[in-house]
Design a binder for this molecule. Structure first.
Ligand SMILES: *Cc1c(COP(=O)(O)O)cnc(C)c1O
Length: 360
């Protein structure tokens, strides 16, 4: 059986090596007579996997001792509320850069807990632009600055971390986590739903640094499950074991391939190939500003909606699937995360050339 070229934005394609490995030990995990996901989350087998995933993640990111790693449920969307609930109140202000739908959702939750200042909003420009530092109108003493490193829907991405006027960065990295090296020194927190670049849906990676925890609120009125301290102290409740199990193998795969430097290079190559095709003439039109383009989610339009529908249908007939743009923006979107191979992007570009020739 052959697999399709899957450009899904999320849940997204996973390394076939990882799927096969999980398949091979799903019924009988290492001679134990049951799968890992049928064992206690406090037993030695799962504990080893959980710890291994934390160790691997920190090694891949070159994270220092001060970083704490949590694997939580509730998706990245729950972090939209947990972050401000634990760090923001009416006496404090957080800066939130607004670069798209996910940023807006994070801002909406933060306003429930404290003061939110927006140093930049891309909304009037239909979120096609990522601000330069000079475009940011930052607060004087923000408790943190929140940004969405990659905007899955609009196909834009920060090339580097934004200026923050000394505030620690809190980043929603759901759709570009582990796609390239990052300098963690300015971060207080970074979180990512696994289903884009890291594993199956159901687990969210949350990394919090000790220097940020110095600012955590005592949270007297905060429900137990929503306090970071609850999860930092110990494994409080059943973690999303299947997700962590698969994430651990994806992390192993990342290391075997050559770590973040490898993915940085190959992801650039994939994006260059695809944007190169889009930029050849006016037939395909990239929707993001050139300097703001995402290396993970590539978005473009065709001359008409009829041609876009035809493009999607014929692409699918050629095993190129999940290319439809997000319902809020339309057009075409190819999500080319770590596990989407170079050969899939080549197949897509070949198809784009043929389609242009036949329908130009
Ligand atoms: C998908 C996505 C989310 C939402 O993640 P859930 O796990 O579904 O809550 C948040 N932020 C970004 C940038 C995303 O791409």
């Amino acid at each position: 059986m052959s697999r399709v070229h899957n450009f899904s934005a999320g849940p997204a394609t996973l390394p076939v090596e990882v799927l096969e490995k999980v398949q091979s030990e799903l019924v009988n995990y290492r001679g134990k007579g049951s799968s890992l996901i049928e064992m206690s989350h406090r037993g030695p087998e799962y504990t080893e996997v959980h710890q291994q995933a934390i160790t691997r993640l920190k090694r891949i990111l070159n994270a220092d001792e001060g970083w704490n790693v949590l694997f939580l449920g509730g998706g990245a969307s729950t972090q939209f509320l947990m972050l401000p609930q634990n760090f923001l109140n009416q006496e404090r202000t957080a800066d939130y850069i607004n670069t798209g739908s996910w940023s807006k959702k994070a801002i909406k939750e933060a306003r429930l807990f404290g003061n939110v200042h927006i140093p930049y909003s891309g909304e009037e420009g239909q979120f096609t632009h990522i601000p330069e530092d000079s475009e940011l109108n930052l607060s004087d003493d923000a408790t943190y600055l929140h940004f969405t490193s990659n905007n899955t829907i609009f196909g834009t991405q920060f090339r580097k971390e934004p200026a923050s006027n000394g505030a620690l960065l809190a980043c929603d990295a759901s759709s570009d986590f582990l796609s390239r090296p990052i300098d963690l020194d300015r971060y207080g927190m970074i979180y990512a739903g696994a289903q884009k670049n890291l594993g199956p849906a159901g687990v969210t990676v949350v990394m919090i640094h000790d220097r940020f925890l110095e600012k955590i609120l005592d949270g007297e009125k905060t429900p137990t499950m929503l306090k970071y301290q609850t999860h930092l102290e110990k494994l409080f409740n059943t973690p999303p074991v299947f997700g962590v199990y698969m994430v651990n193998y994806v992390l192993e795969w990342i290391e075997e391939k050559g770590g973040l430097d490898y993915f940085d290079e190959i992801n650039r190559k994939k994006a260059d190939l695809l944007y190169g095709e889009i930029d050849k003439d006016d037939y395909y039109r990239g929707t993001a500003d050139e300097g703001s383009r995402s290396f993970m989610n590539v978005t473009w339009r065709l001359p008409s909606e009829e041609l876009e529908a035809k493009f999607l249908q014929e692409a699918a007939e050629n095993d190129l699937v999940a290319l439809k743009g997000h319902r809020s923006v339309g057009g075409i979107r190819a999500s080319i995360y770590n596990a989407c191979g170079y050969e899939s992007v080549e197949a897509l570009v070949d198809f784009m050339q043929t389609f242009r020739k036949n329908n130009g």
